[in-house]
Ligand binder design. Structure first.
Ligand code: ASP
Length: 409
């Protein structure tokens, strides 16, 4: 009952935010009271909510991952969970891009725009692969925590958790200690979620007020292609996985992770949503800490199905807008580079747009296309982040089910 009422409150905040935001949006003549007092105050509420979520991430992820790795108790099992997770993450991401390309081909969002462009786009130097790999390994785990570097935190926590198993009785005590910290951090998460309705209202109001309805019109097809692509991916791929492998209904699944999905939509950050995602799969699906605290933080860092799908749609949009013929081999190139780009995308707002430059340049499309997408990126970011987070939870449920866990019904 309590949970339902929180979700209802969050949804009310969401709807009111859209209505209020559009009502005070850019089309309303400048009002001093609105611009000097009302909007900055609402903006402040939204920013505080974001900070409260960010505040939870490092202590929650580290403690629950150490406790989780130690509770698995068996190093081979940990390795098996890791491999399963990575394979599922990669496969679902590749399918997402294909759906994105299909939606792009269906909606043809850029056809007729005829923008003259410089096709000889200069290729921006992406970080060399060796550096990307090297960067996974921390030199100083405390610095990794200070900088909230997720992959480094995950690596150190796994070493630490496994060592707790190997250290016997003394290690057990340390693992119990982190288990208690994780438990307390979950409670902090629940406290923070009580302000979610206000935070959601504030975030969505500010976005809607900034954009107004008018700015969206020329981009309706791109927005539709990304949103519909995300819905198709969630309804077919995730629902299919949940039905076939977890033997649960899609309704059960989507109802269980609704808070995380809404939080992702408004915060536009997978990392920021992570505490809510962890709480949802734990409370609603009964997934163990051993699985959830490994699969979800990793997913918030590397698994971005929504981002990949968006990159597929946008690459096609840019090609059409600049009249660049899109060959099959270019589309295959997009599947490969967008998969890699989405892995490298940080779980923070707007990161996907930066990585889109990599996708465009790697298949020879004009980077100026970024400017076209940038104007509406916030709206696309909401949809893709929402899918990113739902994808993490779907894989988490599948891994838990295949590890023999009984999911709550
Ligand atoms: N905002 C997305 C996320 O946090 C990343 C992106 O910009 O695509 O999941």
């Amino acid at each position: 009952m309590k949970r339902v009422s929180l979700l209802v409150k969050i949804s009310i905040g969401f709807v009111l935010g859209i209505i209020f935001g559009f009502a005070i949006g850019p089309t309303v003549p400048n009002s001093e009271i609105l611009s000097v007092y009302v909007i900055p105050f609402i903006d402040l509420v939204g920013k505080i909510f974001l900070r409260l979520l960010m505040m939870l991430i490092v202590p929650l992820v580290f403690s629950s991952l150490v406790a989780g790795a130690a509770s698995v108790g068996d190093i081979h099992k940990l390795g098996r969970i890791g491999i399963k997770t990575l394979v599922l993450y990669l496969l679902t991401t590749a399918v997402a891009i294909i759906i994105g390309l299909a939606c792009g081909n269906l909606f043809n969002p850029g056809v007729g725009m005829n923008i003259p462009g410089d096709i000889q786009a200069t290729s921006k130097a992406a970080k060399p692969l060796v550096d990307v790999i090297l960067d996974i390994f921390p030199t100083n785990p405390i610095a990794s925590m200070v900088n909230a570097n997720m992959l480094q935190i995950i690596v150190f926590a796994l070493f630490f958790g496994v060592a707790c198993i190997l250290a016997g009785e003394r290690g057990r005590k340390i693992a119990d200690f982190f288990e208690s910290i994780a438990e307390v951090m979950y409670k902090v998460t629940h406290i923070v979620m009580n302000v979610a309705p206000y935070g959601v209202f504030a975030l969505i109001t500010v976005t809607a007020a900034k954009f107004g309805i008018a700015i969206l019109a020329p981009f309706v097809k791109v927005i539709a292609a990304v949103f519909i692509g995300c819905i198709i991916h969630a309804l077919i791929v995730y629902s299919g996985m949940i039905t076939v492998i977890c033997r649960r209904s899609p309704k059960w699944f989507f109802k269980g992770i609704d808070e995380a999905a809404i939080t992702a939509f408004v915060t536009r950050s997978s990392s920021g949503t992570l505490p809510v995602t962890l709480a949802n799969v734990r409370d609603e699906f009964g997934i163990s800490e051993g699985v959830s605290s490994f699969v979800l933080p990793l997913g918030a860092t590397i698994n971005m199905d929504g981002t990949a799908l968006y990159q597929g749609v946008c690459a096609l949009f840019v090609a059409q807008a600049f009249n660049v013929p899109m060959t099959l081999s270019m589309q295959i190139g997009i599947v490969v580079t967008a998969t890699l780009a989405s892995i490298g995308t940080a779980g923070v707002p707007g990161a996907g747009l930066i990585m889109l430059t990599m996708v465009l340049t790697s298949v020879g499309l004009p980077i100026e296309g970024i400017a076209l997408v940038a104007g509406i990126d916030v709206i696309l970011d909401s949809a893709r982040t929402c899918l990113n987070v739902i994808g993490d939870t779907a894989v988490c449920a599948v891994v838990a089910a295949t590890e023999g866990e009984t999911l709550k019904s």
